[in-house]
Design a protein around this ligand. Structure first.
Ligand code: GLU
Length: 495
């Protein structure tokens, strides 16, 4: 039975790379009819953020990466308080780690250490001066267990350290990185249980992977260096080493790791900018994995069918933001108008900061007609709000001297042409077929000739006055939606 897990720390924001890791773990489990677990690794209290767990659950939900076991929260209610190994939040499992640490000490796989901070610091400085790798010198390794327990009972501060054997080769055959091995003499006697009773990452992660029966681990390359310690721990617990796949770092096109300093990296920020979760997910599928043909579009279901660990790439992928934008535009165009409208409404409800526009869009009973005009033209959901704004608000007309093409005409001449156009429109009957595309075009062309304005420039001028921007949805259709009266007023106001 395949069991995979996503084990994030609730640090306040979810890096897009974490969703990639979660996606691959999810896909592997689902492909093999297995179980996908969410486990919250929050034993590092310094890094924890309020609401972090709910944020993670929410992000997974947005992407459709439904976990089968994990913390049961209002957003994802699971029976049995989350599953058979509940709780799935590490800070609620402290007794388990403590018990397991004792078990390791009992079996000589770990030992109590009473060295003070000062001693450890001195040791490190000395080793550094001598050009040696800083490592614990095992002073406490051979202390008598009973004596140590007495000291502990007397209230002495202690930690539990891993008893790393010497002279062993520790290796894995990583699904992405290939064969990797370490010399145990290079491995430090890692602290497993800290003096405050909290486990370190190493103890907690292995204990939980063992108890929860995890068979496959997909995670970031930054955890590869911990593997030799984990091998010893899995061995100490008599557990078959899970299959491992360490994903390479995602590179920023600007060089180096994908990082906050260089652009958006958090899931929330991408969504707020107007990216669709489906497009993001599709983009992430191909960021480190490749199908055996050049197919690019996959729904989550389709991806699950074709995914395999063998096709994960070892080379670091570059986070091509233009490609992501392209994916987003393609996804926007794939939707039916109805689905597109739903996406725009959802986005507006959740992320639109402009309260006036938010209200206008959410209350618009004729939104679909407007959205039809922009669906082909936008690449981000947020652009729906900016490109629809002129329907709801009269926009300031840009200075004609700043607009290409238009700037060569006398302002007074342009104004006359616009007012004259209002005169033409006033003769239209809103209720009859006179308001046709052909008439409309013909009228503007005639007017342009009268004022010696190029046809294209005349259209542009009307666009500027009506929409407040040289870029807008198709002009004629927009005028029809605005209606005669509103168009007239906008034209006449331009005096
Ligand atoms: N808690 C680790 C993280 O924040 C998990 C590493 C692992 O998957 O073992 O990514």
């Amino acid at each position: 039975m395949v069991r995979t897990r996503f084990a994030p720390s609730p640090t306040g924001y979810i890096h897009i790379g974490s969703i990639r890791t979660a996606l691959y773990s999810y896909a592997y489990a689902k492909k093999h009819g297995g179980t996908f677990i969410l486990r919250i690794e929050d034993t590092d209290k310094k890094r924890e953020m309020e609401g972090g767990v709910e944020d993670i659950v929410k992000a997974l939900k947005v992407f459709g990466l439904d976990f089968d076991e994990g913390p049961s929260t209002p957003l994802r209610k699971l029976p049995g308080n989350g599953g058979p190994y509940s709780p799935y939040i590490q800070s609620q499992r402290l007794d388990i780690y403590k018990g397991k640490a004792e078990e390791l000490v009992e079996n000589r796989k770990a030992y109590y250490c009473f060295c003070s901070e000062e001693r450890l610091l001195e040791l490190r400085e000395k080793q550094q001066k001598e050009g040696k790798k800083p490592m614990y010198d095992r002073k406490c390794r051979d202390l008598d267990i009973q004596e140590s327990r007495k000291k502990i009972a007397d209230g002495e501060k202690y930690v539990v350290r891993l008893n790393v054997p010497s002279g062993r080769k520790l290796g894995i055959d990583d699904k992405v990185m290939g064969k990797v091995s370490w010399d145990s003499d290079e491995v430090d006697d890692q602290v497993l249980l800290k003096s405050d009773g909290f486990p370190t990452y190493h103890l907690a992660v292995v204990v939980d992977d063992v108890i929860m029966g995890v068979t496959h681990i997909t995670r970031g390359i930054e955890w590869l260096a911990s593997v030799p310690k984990h091998i010893l721990l899995f061995e100490a617990f008599g557990y078959k080493m899970p299959v491992m796949a360490h994903m390479p770092v995602i590179l920023d096109p600007a060089g180096g790791k994908l990082s906050k300093r260089k652009g958006t990296v958090s899931v929330e920020d991408f969504l707020k900018q107007g990216y669709l979760s489906e497009a993001l997910l599709n983009f992430l599928m191909l960021l480190g994995w490749a199908p055996d043909d050049d197919r690019e579009f996959f729904s989550l279901k389709e991806f699950v069918k074709v995914f395999s660990l063998e096709r994960l790439n070892r080379a670091s992928p570059v986070f091509d933001r233009l490609k992501l934008l392209w994916f987003n535009g393609e996804y926007i165009r794939k939707y039916s108008t109805k689905d597109f409208a739903k996406k725009v409404l959802d986005w507006t409800r959740e992320y639109c900061d402009d309260e006036k526009m938010k209200k206008a869009i959410l209350e618009d009973t004729d939104l679909t007609a407007k959205l039809e005009l922009i669906q082909e033209r936008i690449v981000l959901l947020s652009e729906a709000v900016t490109s629809l704004q002129f329907f709801y608000e009269r926009m300031p007309v840009p200075d004609t001297k700043t607009v290409k093409g238009i700037k060569r005409y006398e302002v007074s001449n342009l104004k006359k042409a616009v007012v004259d156009y209002a005169e033409v429109i006033s003769r239209y009957d809103d209720a009859t077929s006179q308001w046709t595309h052909e008439d409309w075009e013909k009228n503007i062309r005639e007017l342009a000739d009268k004022y010696k304005i190029k046809h294209g420039d005349m259209f542009m001028m009307i666009r500027l006055v009506i929409c407040g921007s040289p870029i807008s949805p198709p002009l004629y259709e927009s005028l029809v939606i605005l209606g005669k009266q509103e168009v007239l007023e906008r034209l006449e106001n331009f005096r």
